[in-house]
Design a protein around this ligand. Structure first.
Ligand code: SF4
Length: 152
């Protein structure tokens, strides 16, 4: 049976080499927030399933010890839906080791023929935008892990 992200997070604590933890903002009521979440799924389930783990941002709000350990011992990618940067700021405020931060609007600016619409269900353009963004973030995952490997 396919391992889900939560099971992967649990295993991650004892695994070497490290993985990249991915957090998307909650993005309620905004299409670009939904794009941020979709990028997280695309990156961790399709593009780099063996080297990333997607985790709930809200676990930081309740001071979950495993999530704190995850972000202080592994490189992190934050994907936000707007300029408020909730994911990035939450991660930094909780002592994340290294955060590479992105906003879904940046990917839309690069691929502005793909206008995301919809919130609960993104339109096809929004899904395609998320897939392209995840493809671009694959290189960031590889780079972060290569840096980790050098520091072992
Ligand atoms: S970054 Fe923007 S879209 Fe995302 S949770 Fe914060 S306010 Fe909402």
């Amino acid at each position: 049976m396919k391992e889900n992200n939560q099971e992967r997070q649990g295993k991650l604590m004892s695994e070497q080499p490290k993985k990249v933890a991915v957090f998307a903002c909650s993005g309620i009521g905004k299409s670009l927030g939904s794009v941020a979440r979709e990028i997280g799924y695309e990156l961790t389930e399709r593009v780099r399933p063996d080297t990333t783990v997607l985790t709930c941002l809200a676990l930081l709000v309740i001071n979950d010890p495993e999530t704190r350990k995850l972000i202080t011992e592994n490189p992190v990618i934050a994907i936000d839906g707007c300029v408020l940067d909730c994911a990035k700021k939450s991660l930094e405020a909780n002592g994340a080791k290294e955060v590479r931060a992105y906003q879904s609007i940046d990917f839309f600016k690069k691929h502005n023929h793909l206008k995301p619409e919809g919130i609960a269900e993104l339109n096809e353009a929004g899904k395609k935008l998320a897939a392209l963004a995840a493809d671009e973030l694959a290189g960031v995952v590889d780079e972060l892990l290569a840096e980790e490997a050098k520091n072992v």
